[in-house]
Every structure is written in structure tokens, then in C-alpha cells.
Write a protein that binds this ligand. Sequence first.
Ligand code: ATP
Ligand code: MG
Length: 391
Amino acid sequence: MADKVLLVKFGEIAMRGDNQYLFVNRLIQAIRRNLDPVGNYYVVREPGRLIVEDRGGEMDYDLVIPRVEPIFGLVALCPGLRLQEMSMDAIKEEALRHMQEMYGAKPMTFKVNARRSNKGFAVSSMELAADVGEYLLDHMPNLTVNVKTPDVVLNIEVRNRIYLYSKVIKTYGGLPYGSSGKGVSLLSGGIDSPVATWMMAKRGVEVEGVYFHSPPYTSEWAKQKVIDLAKRIADFTGEFKLYVVPFTDLQLYLLENVPHDKLTIHLKRAMMRAAEQIAVKDGAMSLITGESVGQVASQTMQGIYAINAVCHMPVLRPLAGMDKQEIINIGTKIGTYDISIRPYEDCCTIFVAKHPQIKPRLNVIEKIERKLTDLDKYLEEAVANAEVIEL
Ligand code: ATP
Ligand code: MG
């Protein structure tokens, strides 16, 4: 006899000594949070594994797997069986039933992989694999052994209980969400920043979004797009706080008071400063952007230098060294790309210079900014009037 369970493998964190306990707790919480709304599930610890069992009946993998898959820190999910007995006979019987149910009578190659971390079980891994392999060969004429490139690997794990599985679904890896401090992400409706936000979340950084909105120059559609992107990120993180900062007045002030070819740099500096104010308020220790070196005029080394100079916090730029296509590939995989490329109409391009300065000089930019006596006031107002959306 055996029960259907989901074996959950976690990676990197397994090596992290004392922290492991905390990290595993976070993973358990995340699994519970995603599964509690849909049934009566229970997460059991095994050394090096988490086992999800369904106490409400037979597990429905189509329901459970999509809800566990997005959790950061997990490396693989294996739908499998947990045996009710600790015996060789039980293993053989269930292994045979599993192979017949899953693969029927079609000709195929296989091998058995056994791991025994429970040394109280008398049979060694090697013997176990050999015995079960032989038993399967005797009972399933469609099988042949192939150790190097088998069609199917039947895994047997002897832990506190015995588990069998032959299907391994790779997940995203990374670190448990929230285990690496907090960062405020400058989230536009573009392709890049949602990917950057996701990448840092994957490294365990608790992320919040800040979107600078300039109605009527940027449309409600643009804002809705950012909200939809934030929702998509929340599918991975569980929750997401988005600040929508009204930037129209500040942007018009800059438009009037700085040379047009430097407008973008001044605007980006203002965005960084506003984001940092929010970060300080919320106890974050980093900013995150979707900048990629050389991608556009404001992302030359000189541009990044001039923008970065206003920041006191580290600015994380996970896309700095990536090509556009690499970024698009990730965006596609995580489901942000389709939202990002949704067309929408912005009614005006007065803020876009025809020939933006490609190599701004910091001292020139700072000199201009020293004359912008109202800039701080506009910044303060913008941050104070931010709309907070909890997703
Ligand atoms: P993206 O694809 O993320 O929009 P981009 O290729 O359009 O980036 P830029 O316009 O130079 O590049 O923006 C660089 C970064 O500045 C963005 O990745 C984002 O982090 C931030 N940013 C730009 N505009 C906004 C905005 N309106 N609100 C919030 N952040 C912004
Ligand atoms: Mg953009």
C-alpha cells in the first residue's frame, strides 16, 4: 500500500548550515500559503526533502503542482508514492505497480536509482537498486536496462519512510522569498524592470514596486499594465506592494528648467531619489532597476554613473550584463513579457528628447540641479501623494 505524495526538493539552502532550519520553515510557510486555500494539505519534513500529503483524499497533482512550482528556493517537484511499510516486498510490489500504471506495456529502457539515508533499513542502496531492477525485468517484458541514457529513472528513497518516483519537474531554484532583506524596485510597464524584479525576488529579496505615473502624459492603460505586472510577480512572491507615485508636476518642472537633451538623466535621478525615500521609510536596503549596460542612451556607463550618484543605497541591476533577447526569454518564461508588450497609447512625447545626451557629465548635471530650488518640494509632494496598492 502506498499514498500519493509530492516530494519537494530544495537546493542551495541545503548547504547553509544553521540557517537551514529557518529557510526550510519559510519554504513550508510558502507551500502552506499556496495550498491552504484549495484543500487539506500537510507538509512533512524529511531530512533534505519536504513531503506534501493530501489529508482530504487522493492527491490531485494538476491542482497542487502549479501552486507549488513558483515558490523560490525549490529545485524540483516529484509526484510519487510514500509506502506504508518499510520492507523490500513492499518496495518491489509498489515499484511494479507504479511502472505499469505510468508506462504500461510499451517498450522502453530504464534504470533504478536508490538512496538510503535511513541506515536502519537493512538493504544497501546498491542491493536495493539491483533487486528492484531485477524484479521489474522479471515482471515487465517491455523493459530493458540502460544505465547511461534510460527513458525512465525509477527513484527509490529510503528515509524515515520509503518513497518512489520517476518524474522530476524542475523548478526555479533561488532562495526562499524574504530571506535576503528588502529592496524597492523601480517598476515601469516595460519589458526589463519586471524581469529584474523577479530575478531579485528569486534571490530571496523581498521586493516592493514603485511606478512613476504622469497623467495625462501616461495613460490609465499604462498604469493598469504595471498593476498587472505586479500581480504576475505576486504569483511568485505571494504578495506585492506597489507604490504609484504621481510625477506629472515634477516632470513638467524639469521640462521647463533643464536642457532638453539632459531631461532623461534628471528625471531618472529624481526617480531614484523618490524610490530611495520610500525604501528608507519601508526599511529596505537596496534599489532595483531594469537597466542593462548600453541598451539605451541613458544606460551608457556615463549615464548610469550620473543617475547612480544620487543614491546612498546599493542599486541592484540584475540585467546589467544581459542582452535584450536574454531578458525577453526570461520575461516569456515567467509570464511578464506578454503583459509588457501590450500596446497602449500615451498621448504625448514631449518628455522624449530627439537627441538625448549620451555621455552626460556628472558635474554639469549637478550644477544644473543646484539651481532647481523647488525640486525637493516636488519630490516630497510626489512621495507623500503616492497611491499604495497591495496585491
Ligand atoms: P523597462 O523595460 O524596465 O521600462 P527601459 O528599457 O525602458 O526599461 P529606461 O527607460 O532607461 O529603460 O529605464 C531604466 C529603468 O528605470 C527601468 O528598467 C526601471 O527600473 C526604471 N524606470 C523607468 N521608467 C520608470 C517609471 N515610469 N516608473 C518606475 N521605474 C521606471
Ligand atoms: Mg521603459
